[in-house]
Design a binder for this molecule. Sequence first.
Ligand SMILES: C=CC1=C(C)c2cc3[nH]c(cc4nc(cc5[nH]c(cc1n2)c(C)c5CCC(=O)O)C(CCC(=O)O)=C4C)c(C)c3C=C
Ligand code: FE2
Ligand code: FE2
Length: 338
Amino acid sequence: MLRPADHPAAPTGGTGVLLVNLGTPDAPTTPAVRRYLAEFLSDPRVVEIPRLLWQPILRGIVLNVRPKKSAHAYSQVWGPDGSPLATITKAQAEGLQARLGERVMVRWGMRYGRPALGDELRAMKEAGCDRILVAPLYPQYSGATTATVIDALGDTLRGMRWQPAIRTLPPYFDDALHIEALRADLSRQLAGLSFRPEALVLSFHGMPERTLFLGDPYHCQCRKTARLLAAALAPDWPGLRVEVSFQSRFGRAKWLEPATDDVLAREGAAGTRRLAIAAPGFSADCLETLEELAIRGQEQFAEAGGTDYAALDCLNTGEAGMAMLEALIRRELGGWLD
Ligand SMILES: C=CC1=C(C)c2cc3[nH]c(cc4nc(cc5[nH]c(cc1n2)c(C)c5CCC(=O)O)C(CCC(=O)O)=C4C)c(C)c3C=C
Ligand SMILES: [Fe+2]
Ligand SMILES: [Fe+2]
């Protein structure tokens, strides 16, 4: 038994911020994507089909078919430092560290794959953080994203004898700071295009439609972000028509509509020739924006008759997005910064 004098000297008194995003494979290869999808798609928050029914489908079909297709898609967007989602999230953490200064420790972690958010949280506690703000980088709340980060956080805390105090960043879908960051960043990008778009499509990640009827606020929060952003853009972009769509459908169930690929085809068929698309639900560019919107979206719109197409960047590490992140986090840290 330890006497007080023998007690290991644990550093204390520190404040930490842990940025969390979804996660991504370690490599754009079929085995790495299979490992990642096995973890991601086994989360009952993500696929809400009873385990005994879903696991045989996942192991017997999905994980034999999808990883090869997805690995090809990842290989088209993979950068010199790895997956864009990981590279950008890391750069956001470094940028935030520089903005907040050395009194706060900023780290980043992923819900699925590496670096695992639980490992990061434990490392922060061991380094002396006894107050930690966990910030899921999802502007809109959904059970499949925000809630599952909090679940994993709870699992990690359950394994700790001496837990840090925890705060979590609330969803910021309608926060004036967020809408202003999106307005400023998208305006800057629209002004830099070589053409003037007739329409701006705001594409959000989809969800099974039944989650809306079960009370998940995701759909309404996406709609509200879009409505506020459209109103904020209107003075500088008169006549720019703003449309909302939902991308990345998965499986056979009905997903939120309208689907992004249908909207692009419909716009082209209706005579729209110049179109821009943005993804205000994603805090960092990733497979879903760089491959699905920038590459496949362009093909879909061109096939439908469109001539000019631009997939705009997410907030990433731009000034508008980083200033927003700093302000949201300073506000949430409040007295922890004193
Ligand atoms: C049932 C399946 C899925 C649900 C529900 C879902 C919700 C959801 N996802 C994001 C954000 C991202 N998803 C990303 C990739 C991705 N999503 C699914 C499936 C569901 N997502 C799959 C199978 C994949 C992997 C790629 C593929 O095989 O198509 C990503 C990008 C990850 C990356 O590595 O770049 C993000 C980000 C949200 C916000 C959301 C619900 C609101
Ligand atoms: Fe997804
Ligand atoms: Fe809604």
